[in-house]
Write a new protein. Structure first.
Length: 172
């Protein structure tokens, strides 16, 4: 497999996510409640008993590039929230991170998701559906995550590691 430069891989990842977001939006979200009309905006992102978003290194790089667009002061505030999230929810302990949940440090009340246009696949797939049959099939998310894994492996020449979003961002 030919190695892919990180910058090129980040651009491919952006494109993959944009296509996936369009698919979910066009084919499924039309049957979901609009986030803008939600009585408790961001409740799903801030629900510390629900959120368990894992990402790969390449996704963390993409997110970090987005965070670099904010002012230095805002970046410091965001990175502090990330560290607080790691500590508060014990995301670095030996137990499986897939069993841990946390409130997303990249969501701000009155602002929304700070990385909305490049958010992780589970976040793209999630919406408030009233009927189970309206949900996007799990296979779509699995297929997209497999594409991301291959892109990571092509970029870093090693198996992709899936870690909680705050952990990967703190590692960069």
């Amino acid at each position: 497999m030919k190695t892919l430069a990180e910058t090129k891989a980040v651009n491919k990842l952006k494109s993959l996510k944009a296509d996936y977001k369009k698919l979910i939006s066009d084919e499924y979200e039309t049957r979901a409640k609009n986030c803008l009309t939600c009585e408790t905006k961001g409740a799903c992102c801030l629900d510390e008993h629900f959120v368990n978003v894992h990402i790969t290194k390449l996704e963390a790089v993409l997110i970090d590039k987005k965070l670099q667009e904010f002012s230095t002061e805002k970046q410091a505030e965001i990175y502090k929230r990330i560290e607080t999230t790691i500590e508060k929810y014990d995301l670095i302990s030996e137990s499986s991170s897939f069993e841990k949940t946390f409130a997303c440090p990249l969501f701000e009340k009155e602002v929304g998701c700070l990385i909305h246009e490049i958010k992780p696949v589970p976040c793209i797939q999630h919406a408030c559906y009233e009927r189970r049959e309206d949900l996007p099939p799990d296979e779509l998310q699995i297929e997209m995550e497999e594409k991301i894994e291959r892109l990571n492996e092509q970029t870093y020449r090693e198996s992709a590691r899936w870690l909680p979003l705050p952990i990967w961002i703190s590692k960069l």
